[in-house]
Design a protein around this ligand. Structure first.
Ligand code: ADP
Ligand code: MG
Length: 564
């Protein structure tokens, strides 16, 4: 994984950052690029009453977006100073940004604890005796807690400190109060991160470190520095216990404590995963009787596109806790700050409750016809999924499994009862096109069956049921024969059933004859390379692949589970 690989959208690597910054300032209505190397605001640095305000500025290496520039805006940062990729900005950039941002009430530097950042911001302040400046160091990463060395790194907590300082400035606080509150927040904040993949630098085309398949880096920083430990990938539950546990212990949190909580993605972690991690964090904290006053879940402090997550907690103490919450809640125009935060979140339950939908009663007779069908479909779930993967999106089998997987077999009840249950299971449990389309087919068949006198469909009733089903499905989804859908089996099945019924509508239906027509229709879907319908956008990919929906329709009449 150390090799140079083109895993980024880029042009000339040297032009990458200037062009990305150009895109950023163009997209942000309040951002102005200054050629001295910083982004400032178009609007004046004023407080909520329009009077000059303390300016809060931050900066650091690029690669952590949306931090810092995304937090530029009224109520947060007055300027952001981007360095090169993962490299601190130089002192001259910081000096110029500080001078420009000062509205006469002083400037607070929010600085992540890396030697390069700390000393460049320090040199900048030394060169500006005419500006009232303050420094707030963010050093939250418990993975780097040690007595010697530069101390804890600054990571996820940075955006919380930027928000608290920015909101304090915006409500009109003076430079000492802005600094004091920001320091209270910084001192009470700790984070810990784990990564499943390294990040990939668009500038060098290289991965930030090596991590083997199935390995996890625990205690990782945001520059791709080594973590404290490399382990096998653990469950989210265990990973969170490790991360949140370390943070809780380092802060010495216990029963009755209140915190701010940030679950932060490191660039390539999906929002769904972050939501799951947040649920785990909430449960972990609830178990330890720690309550969360405000929460944020999202990717804010990234390490290019590292697949990883960090957990940050900020203790809310008695003296300033309520003020910090107020400052978190205060509005800001910064585009990367979330419009809504979690408010007093507690572990929730989001399971979907579905009705049981088992047809018949214990005394009902076994319905062999539909038992064979259900057993055949559920046994072939993987093969059906494979067909859909080859020419669709690979969820068809999963949808069938969701509908029928937990239906006890043998299935009991009349044709009408079982067809109705299959239909409602498809509607309620399965997703995708197939849930609605097959749900409609079974619902229509059930309606006909319910009108019949006997437990089993007659030939005439089957013909009517399939005709109704084919009409309803074509009406619903607009597919015609030849469009490579289940309609290619359903329409011939209905035709064959009508032919069978013509001889003796009251006899039991000749399912084999219907199957012959339906399976021929299903097989025809493998040959279709039509220029219309679904086949048109599947194109050559679908050639030779039988449509799984059409196959399942044919299985209703025989050979259920046979992959031909
Ligand atoms: P999705 O398209 O949402 O991934 P599934 O994979 O669950 O849906 O179902 C795909 C099946 O649905 C196909 O195999 C095809 O038989 C059927 N299908 C797709 N579009 C239509 C349509 N317009 N009318 C009837 N059946 C359709
Ligand atoms: Mg699909």
């Amino acid at each position: 994984m150390t090799s140079v690989s083109p895993r980024s959208f880029r042009n000339d690597p040297h032009g990458f950052l200037p062009q990305a910054l150009a895109g950023f300032v163009a997209s942000h209505p309040d951002a102005v690029w200054n050629p001295a190397g910083y982004i400032s605001r178009r609007t004046p640095v004023v407080d909520v009453n329009g009077r000059p305000a303390v300016a809060v500025i931050s900066g650091g290496g690029s690669g952590h977006e949306p931090m810092h520039a995304g937090f530029l805006g009224a109520g947060m940062l007055a300027a952001a100073v981007p360095g090169l990729m993962f490299t601190s900005p130089n002192a001259v950039q910081v000096t110029e940004a500080t001078r420009a941002a000062d509205a006469g009430r002083g400037v607070v530097h929010v600085v992540k604890n890396y030697t390069g950042d700390v000393i460049n911001f320090r040199v900048a302040r030394q060169g500006l005796p005419e500006v009232e400046t303050r420094e707030v160091i963010v050093a939250d990463d418990v993975a780097t807690t040690s007595d010697s060395g530069p101390g804890r790194r600054g990571t996820g907590a940075t955006i919380l400190i930027e928000k608290i300082a920015g909101a304090s400035a915006y409500r009109g606080d003076d430079v000492d109060e802005v600094t004091r509150l920001a320091r209270v927040a910084a001192e009470n904040s700790r984070s810990m991160a784990a990564a499943l993949t390294p990040g990939h630098l668009p500038t060098s085309g290289r991965y930030t470190f090596d991590l083997g398949e199935g390995e996890m880096e625990v205690g990782v920083g945001i520059h791709g520095e080594a973590g404290v430990e490399r382990t096998g990938v653990t469950s989210a539950h265990e990973t969170v216990a490790r991360l949140a546990g370390a943070v809780v212990d380092d802060l010495g949190l216990g029963e009755g404590d209140r915190v701010l909580c940030l679950v932060n993605g490191l660039g390539a972690t999906t929002n769904l995963e972050l939501d799951l991690v947040f649920d785990e964090v909430l449960r972990h904290l609830a178990d330890r009787r720690i309550s969360v006053a405000r929460s944020i879940v999202g990717s804010y402090v990234t390490s290019v596109n590292m697949a990883g997550v960090s957990v940050t907690l900020t203790r809310l103490d008695d003296a300033d806790g309520d003020t910090l919450v107020e400052l978190m809640d205060a509005p800001t125009a910064a585009p990367a700050w979330p419009v809504t935060l979690g408010v007093d979140p507690t572990p929730a339950d989001a399971t979907m409750v579905v009705p049981e939908d088992v047809p018949g009663t214990a005394d009902s007779a076994v319905n062999q016809w539909l038992t064979d069908f259900v057993a055949g479909v559920t046994a072939a779930v993987d093969d059906l999924t494979e067909l859909d993967r080859l020419a669709g999106d690979g969820d068809f089998g999963t949808n069938m499994e969701a509908a029928f997987g937990d239906l006890p077999t043998p299935v009991k009840g009349t044709d009408g009862e079982v067809l109705a249950a299959l239909g409602s299971r498809l509607f309620i449990r399965a997703g995708g096109t197939s849930g609605a389309v097959f749900g409609t087919m079974f619902r229509e068949m059930a309606t006909t069956a319910a009108q019949g006198a006997s437990a089993a469909l007659t030939a005439g009733e089957l013909a009517e049921a399939l005709t109704r089903a084919a009409d309803a499905v074509t009406e619903l989804g607009g597919a015609k024969p030849g469009d490579r859908t289940m309609v290619d089996a359903l329409v011939p099945a209905a035709e064959a059933a009508r032919a069978v019924a013509a001889a003796d509508p009251d006899a039991a239906p000749d399912l084999a004859a219907v199957h012959t027509a339906a399976i021929a229709g299903a097989r025809s879907t493998a040959k279709i390379t039509a220029s219309k319908g679904r086949a048109s956008y599947l194109g050559e990919r679908a050639r030779g692949v039988i449509d799984p929906g059409a196959l399942v329709v044919a299985w209703l009449f025989g050979g259920a589970g046979k992959m031909d």
